[in-house]
Design a protein around this ligand. Sequence first.
Ligand code: CU
Length: 215
Amino acid sequence: MPSVLSTLMLLSVLLPAVGNAREVRVEVRDPKGEPVADAVASLTPLDATPVVQPPAEPVSVVQEGEEFRPHVTAVVVGTRVTFPNRDAVQHHVFSVSRSKKFDLPLYRGEPREPVLFDQPGVVSLGCNIHDWMSAYIVVLATPHFARSGTDGAAVIGGIPPGRHRLEVWHPRARSALTREVIVAEVGAATQVIALTLGVDRRVRRAPESAGGGYK
Ligand SMILES: [Cu+2]
């Protein structure tokens, strides 16, 4: 009968990634100390080439109430995104961003084909009909990322220990923040990184009277 020690040793051999994987909690605040939602934090290992595995099914960015939801989506390179229109009015979704240009002429319901995001970068979405509609797709070449919630926290799990480049992006940040961090192999399971991002909080919204116009 194996001893407890040899069983533990066997487990640590079988599950090295799980045993060593760490969690990093990035807490994003503005200069006034208020939490910043919709920031995308990513960690790219500096001593290994990250492997990304796009999801089998497309990710959705919907149009509802003449807004895109969600406003910010983070995906890995190779992800397909679909843009279902749940409004009664037609939308015309487009991007002129360098890393992905596309155009989905006026439609309602589900567009024919998902759009493949095959280059890293930030893709800015618009609608040709409703100029206040905007959204962003952040395409990443690392599987380690998270978007901050209303509490300003972006929690990234499953991170291999070692040196990483932390990048924090926000649609209205004056600049993206980049710094090198070392994810510790020992100590607390969760490493907390608090940082301040200069963010312009003015948000464009659909007019209250929306509902007229193009049908
Ligand atoms: Cu529209």
